[in-house]
Design a protein around this ligand. Structure first.
Ligand SMILES: Nc1ncnc2c1ncn2[C@@H]1O[C@H](COP(=O)(O)OP(=O)(O)OP(=O)(O)O)[C@@H](O)[C@H]1O
Length: 334
């Protein structure tokens, strides 16, 4: 389903860039949670904040919607300084998804999703259409789930309702604090996949906090690695982060297995292929598609116990990929 201004019946908020400019947070007890952080998230991009416990990730996230007031610096949505906007109005334009979702237990799923449209005074019919549209979008049949209460849902379903609720008033920005960590790994992987599909459709500007590096690599357009005091160690694409950690801290953080992780975000391109042998004789080799991940390619080679595979594009063989070239792609300096 397409979420256009017509279907939302809204002014068409689209997405706004987020700029943190020398942002600081010192809590009243003197804790310097964020000493000075500058970071820009482009409109429609998903930025992940990751780093050790206590490094200031949640503080950063909550300063963006002013659940926490910064003690220095500026935060802009587009070109508007959030400290100049009434916080209640601001939060209606920013979707917020937290770990245990925080659904209202005594309200139905539909009523939960309708929270912000209700606060905005939308007419009942428009709200109803929007709620049904959103439930569909997150993969819940409105007829089946709309009248249920949160305790009548699985953890994964509750999480989807949380996402639907956050998207209800077509926010310009979505903030997500460990959104998928309360569900088991299999459900989490499915939710992440669905979420990527959803994001491809709605293209919000998203800041997502996680502890899970694999989640960061899977979901992030860019990953910000923070260390204590909200210090920005590196802000890069997943491939660049895994390929060239900018400091010993990041190197340690992304771990010794970063080569494997890197394969997951590296596509098989023509540049790594060897030519097809002129005489043919490749029919026994396993086949891969051009553009698939190097990680999936390695899995195919390993399970076929083959040294090389034929790479095809739209069914036509275009070259050979050897195990050696493939492993080279995972090499940090490769
Ligand atoms: N209200 C508060 N008063 C004083 N210190 C606080 C307050 N809230 C958080 N802190 C401190 O600020 C620092 C950053 O906390 P924050 O919750 O932002 O970290 P985090 O990276 O999100 O941690 P985690 O990954 O464990 O959730 C921590 O040292 C924390 O103890």
């Amino acid at each position: 389903m397409d979420v256009t201004p017509e279907t939302t019946g809204d002014a068409g908020h689209g997405a706004a860039s987020i700029t943190l400019d020398a942002v600081r947070k010192r809590y009243p007890d003197g804790t310097e949670a964020v000493r000075e952080l500058s970071l820009e998230v482009k409109a429609g991009e998903l930025a992940v904040l990751i780093g050790p416990s206590g490094c200031g990730k949640s503080t950063v996230l909550r300063m963006i919607n002013r659940l926490i007031e910064p003690t220095g610096g500026r935060i802009l949505l587009g070109d508007e300084d959030v400290t100049q906007v009434d916080p209640v109005r601001l939060r209606r334009r920013i979707g917020y998804v937290i770990q245990n979702v925080g659904l209202f237990p005594h309200q139905t799923v539909s009523a939960n999703v309708a929270t912000v449209p209700g606060l905005l005074g939308w007419p009942r019919e428009r709200t109803r259409r929007r709620v049904d549209e959103l439930l569909d979008l997150v993969g819940l049949d409105p007829a089946q789930f709309g009248r249920r209460y949160p305790h009548e849902l699985s953890g994964g379903q509750r999480q989807r309702v949380g996402v639907a609720r956050a998207l209800a008033a077509d926010p310009v920005v979505l903030l997500m604090d460990e959104p998928f960590s309360a569900v088991d790994p299999i459900v989490r992987a499915r939710l992440q996949e669905e979420f990527l599909r959803l994001q491809a459709e709605v293209r919000k500007t998203i800041v997502l906090v996680t502890h899970d590096l694999d989640e960061a690599v899977r979901l992030g357009d860019r990953i910000a690695v923070l260390s204590e005091g909200g210090r920005l160690e590196q802000y890069d694409t997943p491939a660049a982060l895994l390929g060239a950690p900018a400091s010993p801290f990041v190197r340690e953080f992304v771990g010794a297995d970063r080569g494997i992780r890197r394969l997951a975000v590296t596509p098989v391109t023509r540049a790594v292929l060897d030519p097809l042998p002129p005489a043919g004789g490749t029919t026994d080799l396993p086949q891969l598609s051009l553009g698939g991940s190097a990680y999936d390619a390695l899995a195919v080679l390993l399970s076929a116990a083959a040294e090389q595979a034929v790479v095809t594009e739209e069914g036509e063989p275009v070259g050979l990929l050897s195990r050696q070239r493939l492993l080279g792609l995972g090499h940090p300096e490769g």
